[in-house]
Ligand binder design. Structure first.
Ligand SMILES: Nc1ncnc2c1ncn2[C@@H]1O[C@H](COP(=O)(O)OP(=O)(O)O)[C@@H](O)[C@H]1O
Ligand SMILES: [Mg+2]
Length: 269
């Protein structure tokens, strides 16, 4: 892996009134890696991503993508980025075919080549039968597939995916993993957000664990285990330790067991 920094985030802050959505976050994403932001709903993942894309204005901190400033160089950055947003596709009255040809025209890509490429991706994600069907009528998972394809047609240097896998079946997750691997092998980078641990574990080279606007751990799974003093532990155990939820989970489990025991004894005696 080369060490070119693609994304640099330093002491980033964004508040919404009293809510500290992003509270002093720093991390880098390098060439050739899939970096995952893993955290529960409301942790600050989407806000971080929107700040990076220049869709929100930061309160404090420094950011750069390809050495460019997201607030100032939004257009230049967007040319080299493929983005899958958390919200479902907005072009619902189009078919995937229309959408891909629209993308080819706004991105200045060869129409024929782009549609061939899109069809290949559709086929590998087993969604080619929907090529000429209205996006509005597709299932959540199939909409996500279309969105992922739409984001990679122009061969961006950086892919930013905000919870793109939630609606996908296991087989499609494997194919998406393959697409991401091919992308990073060619020197591209991926920033990825998810609240699902298995997905983070399966897809990411490095993970940043985010909770309540703070980055509480960062590194490979092995490094995260070391940071949390949980050698040999599952990512779930590491996550609960780093987000300081393990004590309260232990407490809940203990209480449940005690009440179950009481109930069980009551029924048998
Ligand atoms: N536009 C907004 N206005 C007010 N609060 C917001 C807004 N966007 C996000 N938040 C709040 O900021 C926090 C982080 O949200 P978000 O970044 O969407 O989390 P995640 O993507 O990790 O689920 C949450 O408490 C959320 O309610
Ligand atoms: Mg989100």
């Amino acid at each position: 892996m080369s060490n070119d920094v693609i994304i640099k985030v330093e002491n980033l802050k964004k508040y919404f009134g009293e809510v500290k959505a992003v509270n002093d976050i720093s991390f880098n994403v390098y060439n050739g890696e899939v970096f995952g932001l893993l955290g529960p709903n409301g942790a600050g993942k989407t806000t971080t991503i929107k700040l990076l894309l220049g869709l929100l204005e930061p309160l404090e901190g420094d950011m750069s993508i390809f050495g460019l400033n997201p607030e100032r160089d939004e257009v230049q950055i967007k040319r080299r980025v493929g983005y899958v947003s958390e919200e479902p596709l907005i072009f619902k009255s189009l078919t995937p075919k229309d959408l891909f040809s629209f993308i080819a025209s706004i991105r200045g890509l060869d129409g024929e080549e782009t549609s061939e490429k899109a069809k290949d991706y559709l086929e590998s994600l087993e969604a080619d039968e929907y090529y000429e069907q209205l996006i509005a009528t597709l299932s959540h998972g199939n909409k996500q597939k279309i969105q992922i394809i739409a984001a990679i047609l122009h061969e961006p240097d950086l892919l930013i995916l905000d919870e793109p896998i939630a609606g996908l079946d296991a087989k499609s997750v494997k194919v998406v993993k393959e697409i991401l691997d091919l992308h990073t092998k060619q020197g591209g980078a991926v920033l990825f957000s998810t609240h699902i641990m298995e997905i983070a574990q399966e897809l990411c080279d490095r993970i940043g664990i985010i909770n309540k606007g703070k980055l509480v751990g960062i590194g490979t799974i092995e490094e995260l285990r070391q940071q949390s003093n949980k050698l040999g532990a599952s990512l779930e155990e590491v996550f609960l330790r780093l987000t300081e939820q393990d004590a309260s989970v232990d407490e809940i489990v203990k209480r449940l067991r005690a009440s179950y025991k009481r109930k069980f004894k009551g029924e048998t005696s």
